[in-house]
Structures are given as C-alpha cells and as structure tokens.
Design a protein around this ligand. Structure first.
Ligand code: MBD
Ligand code: FE
Length: 283
C-alpha cells in the first residue's frame, strides 16, 4: 500500500542520516584545508556552469533543481543519494593501490558493533526467516597467502524482501548482521540466507529523481562486508550473485567482476553454499 511505501522511504532515508550523524559524533570529521576546498568547490561549480551553458538550462529547470535539493535534505536522503551516485568513485580512488581483495562502497546501511559471533556462526534471524539458506565460507589471508588468525568479518545484508534491519520497521535490531571472528586459520563459516535485490525507495527524493529521469531503481542482491585485522588495512566490500538481472546495470555502479560469488548447491542438501577468500593488504 502507499502508506507502507511511504514508511519505507522515511525509515531508510532518515535512518541513514541519523546513523551518519551518530558516526560523526563518535569519530568527528577530519579537517579539509582551504586550498583543497578552493580547488574542489571551484571545479565542481565550473562543471555545473559548463553543463548549464552547454544545455541552455532554463529558469524552470533551475527552480526544479532548487526544489529537489531542498527536498533531499528534508527527506534525509543525502546519504542515500551520495552513496548511490557518488561513493563508487571515491572508493575507486581510495583503494586503487591495493593488492588484496577489491573494495566496493559501504552504502548507507552499515551499523557498527553488530553482535559478536564465532568462526562457525549463524547470523541473527527470525525463527521463521524466509529465504534460501546460504552457507558463506572462506579464509582471510595476507597478500603473501598466510592465514590471519582471528580476523574480523563484519557482515550485513538485506533479508529476502530487500529490507535492512534498523532501516525498515518491524525487524529485530540486529537481523542479518554480525561480527564474526575467524578461527586460527583465518577461516569462517557463516550460515545466512540469500538476500533479495534492493530497490531504492520510490517515494523519497532519490526515487523522484529516478522516476523523473526514466531510470530504474535497483541494486543487484549483495552481501556487505568489512574485513579487518590488526596490522592490516580494513577492506569494505560487497559480494554479488551470478545471474542477477541487475549485475550489469546496478544503480549504484558498485559491481566488480572480482566480487562475483560462485554459488553451488549446499553439501548439506539445504540451499546453497559459496566460498570466498579475503586478502588483506598490510597497514
Ligand atoms: C543499498 O543496499 C546499498 O548497498 C547502497 C549502496 C545504496 C542503497 C542501498
Ligand atoms: Fe546494500
């Protein structure tokens, strides 16, 4: 119903803004020098000016932009907008010199300090949680191939309907979120469920942009991960499922061939399983 859809945009957009504000409270912001602000702000504005001249932008279009920008803030959708359409390039630049596992964007729905779980773990989920069972296993190593004992594998994902806990109403607080500690060999076996593809809420301002431009609103199904260990660089990434209709046209441009899972029938006979190994760069 329209009421449910409205609740979704409000929860996810405003929730992501609240989460970002609370991160700022604990971590603060690093200073950006006046030289950098001068260069970056001037170049972005020049790109806007060039676009206006090239396309002879009208006052009607200028006012539509102004109204939409105001609405993005009121909806709390700046984190969603930036993570969907900008973060992938920031991630590309940030991680271009790494040799280990490829990174991907964090997106708006990470929550730190998810419940701690052993190396062989089942993610927190409802008793009647629906979806295809998925065993996600692998090993964390150094670039040289040495196991990293006790590496931390943080995982968060949407449920089988595409909803993230803490950003959709009615889900248990830590549903499908966990902080797994790998074993002595850097190994982990995580029992979870296959996530559904994710649709950007259609009723908020990001949804309005998508509709007005005639785009689609989908991200392919994905698992989110942060893998870390002392003495190594933390990697934030995502893993994807072969055959998803939106692997080729992710609205957030965050799919990489190296991040595609190899899914096979589970040895247990129930659902699917996949092995993905993480390689951490030295700090
Ligand atoms: C998501 O689930 C996501 O991962 C990103 C990057 C943006 C919106 C929703
Ligand atoms: Fe996501």
């Amino acid at each position: 119903t329209p009421a449910e859809i409205e609740a979704r945009a409000a929860d996810s957009g405003a929730g992501a803004t609240a989460a970002f504000r609370s991160k700022l409270q604990t971590e603060g912001l690093e200073d950006v020098t006046p030289e950098r602000v001068n260069t970056l702000a001037r170049e972005v504005l020049t790109a806007v000016h060039d676009t206006i001249r090239r396309h002879k932008v009208t006052y009607a279009e200028y006012d539509a932009l102004k109204a939409w920008l105001i609405q993005v803030g009121e909806d709390g959708e700046w984190p969603l907008f930036l993570d969907v359409w900008v973060e992938h390039v920031v991630e590309q630049v940030a991680n271009e010199n790494r040799h280990g596992t490829k990174g991907s964007i964090e997106g708006p729905y990470y929550v730190p300090d998810a419940p701690g779980l052993p190396a062989d773990a089942t993610l927190p989920m409802r008793e009647d949680e629906s979806g295809t069972p998925l065993l996600f296993q692998g090993q964390v190593t150094t670039v040289g191939g040495d196991p990293i004992a006790g590496a931390k594998v943080e995982i968060w994902q949407a449920d089988a309907l595409g909803f993230y806990s803490q950003y959709a109403p009615g889900l248990p607080e830590w549903n499908l979120r966990g902080t797994v500690t790998a074993d002595e060999q850097g190994g982990y076996r995580i029992h979870t469920l296959q996530p559904a593809p994710y649709q950007i809420p259609t009723d908020g301002s990001c949804g309005k942009l998508i509709a007005a431009a005639g785009w689609h609103a989908w991200r392919p199904a994905h698992l989110h991960l942060k893998v870390s260990a002392p003495g190594h660089q933390l990697i934030t990434t995502q893993l994807y499922f072969p055959g998803d209709a939106h692997n080729e046209d992710d609205i957030a441009s965050a799919v990489k061939p190296e991040l595609m899972l190899d899914i096979v029938p589970a040895e247990s006979g129930e659902g699917e399983q996949t092995t993905y190994n993480f390689v951490l760069d030295p700090a």
